[in-house]
Each structure stands twice: as structure tokens, then as C-alpha cells.
Design a protein around this ligand. Sequence first.
Ligand SMILES: C[S@@+](CC[C@H](N)C(=O)[O-])C[C@H]1O[C@@H](n2cnc3c(N)ncnc32)[C@H](O)[C@@H]1O
Length: 523
Amino acid sequence: MPNFHIPTTGGGKEILKFDRILCDVPCSGDGTLRKNFDVWMKWNAANGASLHGLQYRIVRRGAEMLTVGGKMVYSTCSLNPIEDEAVLHRLLAEAKGSLELEEVSEKLPGLKFVRGLSSWIVMSRDLTAYSTPEEVPESMKHILRESLFPPKVEDADKFHLERCLRILPHHQNTGGFFVSVLKKVALLPWEAQTERKPVTENSSADSLVMPVGPVESGKDNGPRSPARKRQKIRGFKEDPYLFFDEDEELWPPIKKFYGLSDEMDPKLLLTRCKEGKKKNIYFTSPTVRDLTRINADRLSIINTGIKMFARSDNKGADCGFRIAQEGALALMEFMTKRRVVVTREDMSMLLLNDDMDTPPEIHKFSPDAAKQLHEIETGSTLMECYEDGLHIVVVAWKGKTSVRAYVAKCDRIHYLRLCGADLSKFEVNKFAVKDNQVANDPEENDHDDEALMDTENVANEVKIVPNNMDVAHESAAEKSVSEAVIPEVAIEKGVAEDNVKQEIMEETVLSESVDAQKDMTAL
Ligand SMILES: C[S@@+](CC[C@H](N)C(=O)[O-])C[C@H]1O[C@@H](n2cnc3c(N)ncnc32)[C@H](O)[C@@H]1O
């Protein structure tokens, strides 16, 4: 994760530090073996060792991005101490007291868990066990490195690894999970060495550096100098983020139509269209707007803000933009018009009617809701229900004689369930319907046999699935964080020759790494 710049009060910029960080890192996933059949086939004792380095670099980078006083969760769905306590022990040892594990067991009363480990053994792929780094043969030292081993007995207490929580599958009938909370109590030793200066145009922090931990090839090396530069991330040209100015011509008609108060700052609205008609209008907070602007040349931001308005080319006196459901709750705070309060029965009727041709007519609503509806002009409207402790706000289109909900089907079902409405018309078992069709249609039966044969053939071809357990790709995991966004892949099943597999793997790695790079810089 690269640094983000933020403006300072004096008009300069500095590096943003976070109050809270969640490092839910890629892992072998052995805690999920009850639901992931694959884990049984792919597991070996060295999986943890090949992921440890990547996990360490991610959490170490997290610690750097954390503000002093901030907290960071480190979690995995693996129960292998090499991926869990060993990673934390390594970071805590390097942090020299600037990071502490927090006691969080009281935070979730009733949660069953066992405490983190302070001792464990390290195993090679052939199941040879080693208790200390000294026992590891020279030829294995580059794989079973010192950092995989537990703290020395005399040092163990000071790391408080027992404050980690290990949730075992049988405790709550779930997957296995490891979770810990770190608190940053002082600058990290390697941060403290570099005096914190404001960012200038020419300072190294201003370029896209990845000030992450050491590249782990061969022998392990200590924290590295923050001045070392990394390659710039190349990639996609995203549509620009164009924030409204004071004199944005779209704003006055929207403001008037929805009766938006002066408290709503139009400069928090943005579009992504440079030319032509603007399609969607997004809303951000002042902080996100500043971050987006100030980092525009340094980061490829994929998406930001919530969709608040969508263009609607309905003829009429409206402002040309309807409210988007995603932004409705944020918008209603400023809306003094076009809000209709309805009863629970009204809301159920509106949402149950998903037949676009016959939306419910206004006279079918309760008298009070019908009166409110008659008083507003045609166009986008909020329908709000607060009966019986409900708090449902949906976007609708108020026509001359009827009202139609503009809500996605899954949301519609969710709200109907809250209303206690009859959901039977949505509860169709697709598989049962298909089975019935097959049973009643001999031709369908024929086709299905063919389809089955095809499936069997496909199963014998090469299938590529993302899988972070493949030790063949240890080398990717051993690269720096900036490069190691390349997801590992595994051949799930197949009869193809090795070189064919290799070609396909390379192709997949390439295309997936581009996607992963996009994800990495998404805000
Ligand atoms: C356990 S998942 C996180 C799941 C997430 N917490 C969620 O609830 O959807 C681990 C994530 O790490 C990402 N990842 C894999 N390699 C990475 C790398 N080198 N740097 C950063 N993230 C990586 C994966 O894409 C994956 O999304």
C-alpha cells in the first residue's frame, strides 16, 4: 500500500497515517478445511513457511501506516503458528516495544477460543520437525528461516503472544480463525530514525515508493532504508474525478427540485465524465475529496464516493437526475421536499409490486400517504417507513397516478422481510424447478446427458484457480509487497503436459496481477 498525502493546515502536504487497520492477510486457509475440500489435497507442512514472508511484509507495512495510538488487527484463517504467532513475534521483536499486543478476550463475551501459542515446532515438507533454528540443516536454512521459530523461553513472556485468540472449528461450529490486535505505542524504530518532514515536491516520499520490509531472498535482512525507491505501478487510465465547482450548472436545478438545504456542500459531489452528458453523480466526504485530489497524480483510484444521483431522461419538469438508492440515506439529511412517509402496509405493497407494467396506484396507499403523494410533482421521491421500529427508506418514481419502487431485487426482498410481508413469490427453488423440467421433458433429458459428457471432458482439461497455497509460486510470495500482488495459482485438475500448464499459469499470473494492482490502489 503506497503512502497517501494529506493537506496540512499550513498549505503543505504530509503522509496520512491511519487510526485503524485490518490486515486480514492471504494465508494457507487451513482453518477452513471443513468447508474447503481443496485444503485437504493441497496441504503440506511447508505451506506456512512459504507464506510467512508475505504476511510479515503486509503487517509490517500496516504498522508503518498506523498512527501512534492506532490499532491494527492481524488475522488469518489458518491455525498454523508459522502464519500467525511467528509473524507477530518477528514484527514485535523488530518493533522493540513500539507495538504491543492488546488483551481483547473480554471484548466479545461468550466467544470460545484458546490463547495464542508461545512455543511451537517448525516442520519441513517431509515432516521433519525442528525445535530450534540451529537444528536446521544448512541446505534448508533458506526455507526454514530463523523467523519461523518461537521466541526463546526466557524471552517469551515479553511478547504476550497469549493475547492472540485462536478460534477452533469445534468451539462455535465455524471455521478456524486466528485474530490479534496490535497497538502502536510509539514510532517504530526505523521510523523514529527518519525525522518526520513535510512532503515536498522533490522529497522521496512524494514519489510512488513502497517503503516496505526487506525482500526475502536467501538470507533474511533487517528493516531497510525508507529511501529505497520502488518501481512505479503502471496500469489503467481511470476516468477522472471531476468535483463540482461553485458555479456547476447542474447543481441549482437539483438543489431546487429536492429542496436541498444550504448545508449540503455541492463541492463534495463529483462526476466521472469529462465530455458529454454526465451519467452519475457521486458524493464524498471532505476528507476523501481532499485525498482524491491531492493524490490524483500518484495513485490510480478505481472508485470513490457513493452514487447519489443517476441521470434520468424522463420528460417532465424534474431536474434530469433521480436519486440513487445507494446515496438515499446520505441525501435525505439535506432533503426538505419529495419525502413521503408511508405505513408498513404501504411499503409492503410498493415493494411486492415488482411488475413494472402495473405499479401500485396512488389511491391504493393509505389516505395520509396518498395525500402526500398527490401534493408532489412527478419524479424521483423517497418513500420512508418508520412504523413498528422499522427504518426503511427506498427510492421511488412518483408518476401521475402510480408509484414505482426503484430498488434492486435483493434489497426489495430484504426490506419486505423486515416488513414481515409474504415472500412466497420470491422463494423459488431454481434447482427444484430445473429438476422438474428435466423429469417432465424427455428431450431435456437427452440434452442433459450430452451436457454431462461435456462436463466430464472439461474436467480433464486444465483448470486454473486462484490458490494461495501453491508452493510452486513461493517465489512470487518472496518478492516485495509491490511485486507480490501476483496471486499464486494452482492447477486444480488436469492431464495437460507440464509445459502447457506452465504457459497457462504464466498467462493467468499476468492478467491477474494487473487486476490485483488495480485492487491495491482502489480507495
Ligand atoms: C483473506 S483475504 C482478505 C479477505 C477480506 N478481509 C474480505 O473479507 O473480503 C486476503 C486478501 O489478500 C489479498 N492479497 C493477496 N496477495 C496480496 C499481496 N501481496 N498484497 C496485498 N494483498 C494481497 C488477496 O487478494 C485477498 O483479497
